[in-house]
Design a protein around this ligand. Structure first.
Ligand SMILES: Cc1cc2nc3c(=O)[nH]c(=O)nc-3n(C[C@H](O)[C@H](O)[C@H](O)COP(=O)(O)OP(=O)(O)OC[C@H]3O[C@@H](n4cnc5c(N)ncnc54)[C@H](O)[C@@H]3O)c2cc1C
Ligand SMILES: NC(=O)c1ccc[n+]([C@@H]2O[C@H](COP(=O)([O-])OP(=O)(O)OC[C@H]3O[C@@H](n4cnc5c(N)ncnc54)[C@H](O)[C@@H]3O)[C@@H](O)[C@H]2O)c1
Length: 477
């Protein structure tokens, strides 16, 4: 009989959570194996979610020239004429390259890689089903199996025209019109990508707001920008009836809750994901699971079985690549007492890669009201800064600061506009370190840069609390 290989740690899944956990444990000298069921590495982070959608957004910006319009009056009108090959080309380059980078990182750290589907035999043994069936033994196991797009029964997914966030990445025809169901992060990002490409885009959402966790004013600002790009949002609505014709040239017919009918070329379902635990045999070995096929863990990311941990999308909220990587590293701290990274930062940013980008950290104005904080706000607009003007950012991008009136401590930063997801990190430091508006105005930035947005939002906030306003932020001249 073949001897069973023994590991200190076996990681299931090579997404952001699994990769970072595996290489950290290996770096500290532990014997680590990683099992991945796909031929490619990186999970939703690299292959089907984060990086492909971010690359498609950059492609859409480039092909449409949407941000150059304000600079040279360029209007490429390229959307519909663009071939699907042009649209997907860069996405394929990025995912193929990042696949190699993840594999190289794992190999360089000496992690043993197994291709196949993992399932628990017992709490210390895993079966790997693939070309060869193998069993390996683990002191600790990390479940980092991610999530998959939820498929309600009434949607006839054919993955050609009726798509989820995985199959949208392999379309063979570029649509003239698309309906996106769900105005969560995935729905809004893809809707604005197609909107920028000149595709007639509809979003159907069951609530009266998009991205409910955002500061309301920012969420409304994004809705306004979407409307400018000819995206139609159908609020408090849903798809209740679906007709998928045999003939590809005929439109999909979507019956809405409101009684309206939408005829479109393509449909994207973006209304939720579930944890990927099918076939793992969690139930067989007694690992506690929760709603939407998630694994239940404590603050150390440990399940009810002490040698089995779980991280990333499979444990649910916040289900981000950024936080999943950290959770992987933190779980390893607790397995092997590396004493370096004990818990997830309590303040982290949200970055939504819509057109325009949105990013936030700290509290929203609604939360300030709810918690009865005596707060003030300060605004500054991209178009009022020299860098914004040079870049041609003449639309309604802005930065909003929320601060405590008495102490002037910054409590929240909200940005809508170009590079919002980059700019937010300075705001995160302000919130984490409880910096005040006075600290902010005493800071010298490179000039001209978009960081001026912070300085002028502070001046605006200070003017608001002093009741002295020489001009209004964003005042059109
Ligand atoms: C369209 C989209 C856009 C996104 N954009 C962003 C973004 O901009 N920023 C951000 O921070 N997050 C974003 N996310 C979320 C991010 O992709 C996920 O939070 C992240 O990938 C989760 O990492 P993970 O390692 O937990 O799981 P995954 O990345 O899903 O990886 C899990 C891996 O486990 C493997 N696996 C599963 N079951 C088994 C098994 N039984 N045996 C062996 N292998 C198995 C899978 O094949 C997969 O490779 C986005 C997600 C989507 C869908
Ligand atoms: N930039 C990022 O950080 C980023 C980008 C994409 C995805 N993600 C991650 O992926 C996760 C999943 O994203 P998601 O957008 O699929 O889910 P979600 O749960 O965030 O959003 C789903 C949306 O669909 C709506 N909805 C649900 N059922 C509906 C129905 N029947 N009819 C109409 N509307 C309906 C919901 O009200 C909600 O607005 C997110 O929670 C996020 O963590 C992150």
């Amino acid at each position: 009989m073949q001897s069973v290989k023994k590991y200190d740690l076996v990681v299931i899944g090579s997404g952001p959570a699994g990769e970072k956990a595996a290489v950290k444990a290996a770096y500290f000298g532990y014997k680590v194996a990683l099992i991945e069921k796909e031929h490619k590495f990186g999970g939703a982070g690299v292959q089907t979610g984060t990086l492909p959608s971010k690359t498609l957004k950059e492609t859409a910006l480039y092909l449409s020239g949407i941000y150059q319009k304000g600079v040279f009056g360029v209007d490429k009108e390229i959307g519909r004429a663009t071939g699907v090959h042009d649209f997907l080309y860069r996405k394929n380059v990025v995912t193929n390259h990042m696949n190699k980078i993840v594999k190289y990182n794992l190999e360089k750290h000496g992690v043993d890689l197994y291709e196949g589907f993992a399932s628990f035999i017992d709490k210390h043994h895993l079966k790997i089903s693939g070309d060869l069936e193998q069993t390996i033994e683990s002191k600790y196991t990390l479940i980092a199996t991610g999530s998959y797009p939820y498929h309600p029964e009434y949607i006839p997914f054919d993955h050609k025209r009726v798509l989820d966030s995985d199959s949208i990445l392999s379309i063979t025809k570029f649509p003239k019109s698309i309906c996106v169901l769900g105005a969560g992060v995935i729905g809004c990002e893809y809707a604005t990508i197609f909107g920028a490409m000149g595709v007639k885009t509809y979003i159907v959402n069951d609530r009266d707001k998009i991205l409910g966790f955002l500061d309301s004013k920012i969420s409304e600002g994004l809705v306004d920008q979407m409307k400018k790009n000819d995206i139609k949002i159908l609020f408090n609505n849903s798809v209740i009836d679906f007709e998928l014709p045999d003939d590809d040239d005929k439109p999909l017919r979507l019956g809405l809750k409101s009684g309206e009918t939408l005829n479109v070329d393509m449909f994207l379902f973006a209304a939720g994901r579930s944890g990927q635990i099918k076939g793992l045999n969690c139930e067989g070995i007694g690992v506690k699971t929760g709603n939407r096929e998630t694994v239940v863990v404590n603050e150390k990311f440990q399940t009810n079985i002490p040698n089995i941990f779980a991280v990333g999308d499979v444990i649910g909220f916040p289900a981000l690549a950024s936080t999943s990587m950290e959770q992987g590293r933190i779980a390893v701290t607790h397995m092997f007492n590396t004493a370096d990274l004990e818990s997830l930062a309590d303040i982290f940013p949200y970055g939504i890669y819509t057109v325009p980008e949105v990013s936030m950290v700290g509290i929203t104005e609604e939360q300030a009201i709810e918690t009865k904080i005596d707060y003030g706000v300060g605004y500054s607009y991209y178009r009022d800064t020299a860098r914004g003007m040079i870049m041609g950012d003449t639309d309604s991008g802005y930065l909003k600061l929320i601060f405590e009136k008495k102490t002037k401590i910054v409590l929240g930063v909200h940005i809508i506009g170009h590079f919002a997801t980059e700019l937010i990190h300075y705001g995160m430091q302000l919130v984490r370190e409880q910096k005040t508006l006075d600290h902010l105005i005493a800071t010298v930035f490179n000039y001209p840069t978009l960081h001026d947005l912070y300085k002028y939002a502070s001046y605006d906030g200070l003017g608001n609390i002093a009741g002295k306003k020489v001009k209004k932020a964003g005042e059109l001249i």
